[in-house]
Design a protein around this ligand. Structure first.
Ligand code: TV7
Ligand code: CA
Ligand code: ZN
Length: 396
């Protein structure tokens, strides 16, 4: 059996509801809520649940959902019936109301419940920060960054992140949102386009013609019109396939340290979409669990109250590895995890982990061969240069 390290310094809470993973987007749909079961099982197998406060997340209420979304949209979400998969496999059906019912955002049994549970988890996490009952609050069921005020988008129906940030703003003057999902965090960026109290920073693959959602160019830093106080407060880090741990960590720390220095946030929301890992079904980066986790480690080191949410992640075994490892970072259980190279024998669904059942597989174990890295050091330097210039316009 594993020894349990007593966490020092930080109060960590874990917001989870096993009901969430009972929902299904459809057989072939990449989003598998079941990855949350796998994550929770791994967290528990390592004994991390003893070193944090565990809360069963409740469903967000109608009023909480409409703190961001329109009532028209939430009413529709609450009443639409699941339908047989429409004949719209290329997603071009323009008759879709609120972009619901296409192949990306299908209508499925219990959809409203699923959305409310995701929202409730992130909102509970925000409340724990507001009351200072938690220093770090984790909600892996949240992180659905594409949802708009009145529209579903990219597997996201309710923007739990925006709802959680609105809650944080009641108590915190400035909130820094950081998004390491392989997709651009467009919904969160857009929601806070006109305020200087939220800075959004997204790292993502950018290839507007071929990769969803197509926004998030380096030069897009928020509308500069009409003396908008929110101008310069959207930071975008567009990347190409194959980025490595070393480059990503270097870029992340360079960008985030500069943002923190100028913006002086009072709280952080970190979206940890795991589709930026090597071997993801949709993403094509070369990040290992260690590289992805180093972002969590760096943010924790800033010593600010922090919410950690999930997001994308389409190879469930790798999602569970990353989120369990990141839970370990938050709770100071990293040494237990590092010392136990093999996934504990009593882990539920252990056979799903493959690669010799190690927690931290190498790039060779995951891919056979690393993908070609299409990010030059010169380009990364340009990114830092541009971000630095934008931040000249930003002050606390
Ligand atoms: C946060 N990529 C969400 C990321 C959302 C990405 C997309 C799919 C996809 C959907 C499927 C499916 C898929 C293998 C992958 C322009 C389209 C092209 C649907 C086939 N297989 C997050 C959204 C993105 C649905 N959407 O950031 C059912 O890939 O590129 C698109 C749009 C039109 C719709 N078609 C794809 O990670 C949670 N969708 C299989 C079945
Ligand atoms: Ca991102
Ligand atoms: Zn994603």
């Amino acid at each position: 059996e594993l020894g349990i390290t007593t966490p020092k310094g930080y109060d960590v809470s874990f917001h989870y509801n096993p009901e969430m993973e009972r929902h299904h987007f459809g057989q072939t749909h990449p989003m598998k809520p079941w990855r949350l079961t796998l994550t929770k099982g791994l967290v528990t197998a390592y004994g991390m649940h003893y070193t944090m406060k565990n809360y069963t997340a409740r469903a967000a209420t109608y009023d909480e959902l409409t703190s961001f979304h329109t009532s028209d949209y939430v009413d529709f979400l609450a009443t639409v019936a699941p339908q047989p998969t429409p004949l719209d496999l290329d997603g071009t059906n323009s008759d879709l109301k609120f972009n619901l019912g296409g192949s990306d955002c299908p209508l499925f049994e219990g959809l409203y419940n699923y959305c409310s549970l995701s929202g409730g988890a992130s909102l509970d996490a925000a409340r724990k920060l507001c009351t200072k009952q938690s220093d770090i609050a984790i909600a892996w069921g949240g992180g659905l960054h594409h949802a708009k005020r009145s529209e579903a988008s990219g597997f996201c129906y309710v923007n739990d992140i925006v709802i959680a940030i609105l809650q944080l703003l009641r108590v915190h003057k400035r909130v820094l949102y950081i998004d390491i999902d392989v997709h651009h965090g467009d919904g969160v960026e857009e929601a806070f386009f006109s305020t200087d109290r939220v800075m959004t920073v997204s790292f993502h693959k950018y290839d507007p013609m071929n990769f969803f959602p197509g926004t998030g160019a380096l030069e897009d830093n928020g509308p500069k019109s009409e003396h908008n106080p929110g101008a310069h407060h959207a930071i975008n880090v567009p990347l190409n396939d194959g980025i490595t741990d070393e480059q990503y960590k270097w870029l992340f720390e360079n960008v985030i340290s500069r943002c923190v220095e100028k913006f002086k946030p009072e709280a952080i929301v970190l979206q940890c979409g795991a589709d930026s890992l090597a071997g993801d079904r949709l993403g094509k980066f070369n990040l290992l669990v260690q590289g992805h986790g180093s972002c969590v480690e760096y943010c924790k080191g800033l010593g600010l109250p922090m919410i950690i949410v999930g997001g994308g992640g389409y190879t469930p075994k790798n999602v569970a590895r990353a989120w369990a490892y990141e839970t370990a970072i938050a709770t100071n259980n990293q040494s237990n995890v590092a010392a136990t190279a093999e996934i504990p024998l009593h882990t539920p669904y252990r056979k799903n982990f493959e690669y010799d059942s190690v927690l931290l597989p190498s790039i060779e174990q995951i891919l056979g061969d690393a993908r070609q890295n299409r990010n030059t050091q010169k380009r990364l330097q340009e990114i830092i240069q541009h971000v630095t210039e934008q931040l000249r316009f930003v002050s606390a």
